[in-house]
Write a protein that binds this ligand. Structure first.
Ligand code: TYD
Length: 213
């Protein structure tokens, strides 16, 4: 029986997932919760292979869907960098595991260009998260942030991110029907918010979700 809590931080590229997932872990830890940050794609063997494909302009989405699902199985059951040897082990030890992307990214990204049902089904090998924190930024803001980076990856175009963002809405609806708690954070509309304001809102909503499971 798992004693911890799995929090998946999700959104399109350029939405600030890594910043906010890390800040959340820092805040939870300073409030005395045992919390650990982790991310997908991982730095494990399959994650490294995924990064090679992501550097191509048009990688095959079926192939990536299978690789991301395999990477996720490794992350959940075999990642030696996590306490307990994986997300599952860390949850058994009572950690709040904050993962910077999880299966909902696969369903939104690869599902957009293959089949949502198929991607959902190959990811049923790992459990649902308890909470999804969805960081909602508009595509223009996301593109502005991405283009200031050194390296652009396969999905990081305006057209692709617009499609993926729409699919995320459906993913959130289905996840909610499956009993996952959704924390939806509007980070750029009506105006771009500061990191502090967004991270404060995330923390408050997580604490309230933990108090009222
Ligand atoms: P990203 O979060 O940007 O990782 P990194 O900072 O290590 O590059 O993820 C890389 C890309 O992979 C990003 O465009 C989102 C995409 N992605 C998927 O398409 N499916 C998935 O299942 C995951 C986890 C990520």
């Amino acid at each position: 029986m798992e004693k911890g809590v799995l929090v998946a931080v999700e959104g399109i590229d350029g939405s600030g997932l890594t910043t906010h997932a890390r800040l959340l872990v820092e805040s939870l830890s300073s409030q005395g919760f045992r919390s650990v940050y982790t991310k997908e794609p991982t730095y494990g063997p399959v994650g490294q292979l995924i990064r090679k494909f992501l550097s191509l302009p048009n990688p095959d989405n079926r192939l990536l869907a299978l690789l991301f699902a395999a990477d996720r199985v490794w992350h959940y059951f075999e990642d030696p960098d996590l306490p307990g040897g994986g997300i599952g082990g860390a949850l058994e030890q009572g950690y709040i595991v904050v993962t910077d992307r999880y299966k909902y990214s696969s369903i939104a990204y690869q599902g957009s260009f293959t089949s949502i049902d198929w991607v959902w089904s190959i990811n049923s090998v790992v459990p649902e998260a308890f909470i999804i924190v969805y960081i909602d930024v508009d595509v223009d803001t996301a593109i502005k942030r991405i283009t200031s980076r050194a390296k652009i990856e396969a999905y990081e175009t305006r057209e692709r991110l617009s499609i993926i963002k729409e699919t995320f809405q459906r993913v959130l609806e289905i996840a909610k029907q499956n009993g996952v708690k959704i924390i939806h954070i509007k980070a750029s509309e009506p105006e771009e918010r500061t990191i502090e304001s967004v991270s404060r809102e995330i923390l408050e909503k997580i604490l309230s979700a933990l108090e009222n499971p």
